[in-house]
Design a protein around this ligand. Sequence first.
Ligand code: 5GP
Length: 202
Amino acid sequence: MNRGTLFVISAPSGTGKTTILKQVMAVVPGLSFSISHTTRSPRAGERDGVDYHFVDRDRFVAMREAGAFLEWAEVHGNFYGTSRATVEANLAAGADIILDIDVQGCRQVRATAGDAVSLFVVPPSWQELERRLTGRGTDNEETIRLRLANARKEMADIVDYDYVVVNDLLDSAVATMLAIIHAERSRHRRTAAGAPMQLPAL
Ligand code: 5GP
C-alpha cells in the first residue's frame, strides 16, 4: 500500500483558512485533519479533542521533551504542536492527513518530511485583510495592527510553499484547494502499481 500524503496549510490570521478547510474536509474522502495540542485556552464553542487537545504548559513541555511532536511552535504566546504518532499512523495506513499549522511549523515539516505538500492561503489584498479583521469585531485596534504586522512577516515565507490559494471568493478558493488535492493524489508515484486507485469526488 502507498503511504498517504501529508498536506500542510498555513495562512495569516483573518484569511478564512478555517472556513475553506471545513468545506474541503466535508467533501474529500480519505483525508483526516490533524488535531494539534495547544496550551492556549479554548475559545467559546471549541471542544477538547475536536478542535484541539488542550493541555497545560507542563504537559506540553513533557510531550515535547519525549519527542511526541513532529513539529511545534510558539504562536501569539502559546505553544502548538502536531502529534508525530497520529500523523505517522495515518500515513502508514495510506490515509492522507492535513496539518493546519503556522509558517514556523511548516519549515520544520519541510525539513523532516520532504514529500509534504504545502499550501498557503492569502487574502486578495492587504485592504481586504484589514477589512476582514476589523469586521470580525472580536479584536481591538492594537490586536488588529499586531495581526497585520504578523501577516506581513508570515507572507515572506510564501515562496517556500508549493501552492498559493487566493481567498477572494470562498467557493473558488475551495475549488482551487480541491483541485490541488486531486492533482496531488493523481501523481504517478502516488498511484503506482499495487496501490488502490482512488476515484476523486469532483
Ligand atoms: P489559533 O489559536 O487561532 O487556533 O491558531 C493560531 C495559529 O497557530 C494558526 O496560524 C494555526 O495555523 C497555528 N497552529 C495551530 N496548530 C498548530 C500546530 O500544531 N503547530 C504549529 N506550528 N502551528 C499551529
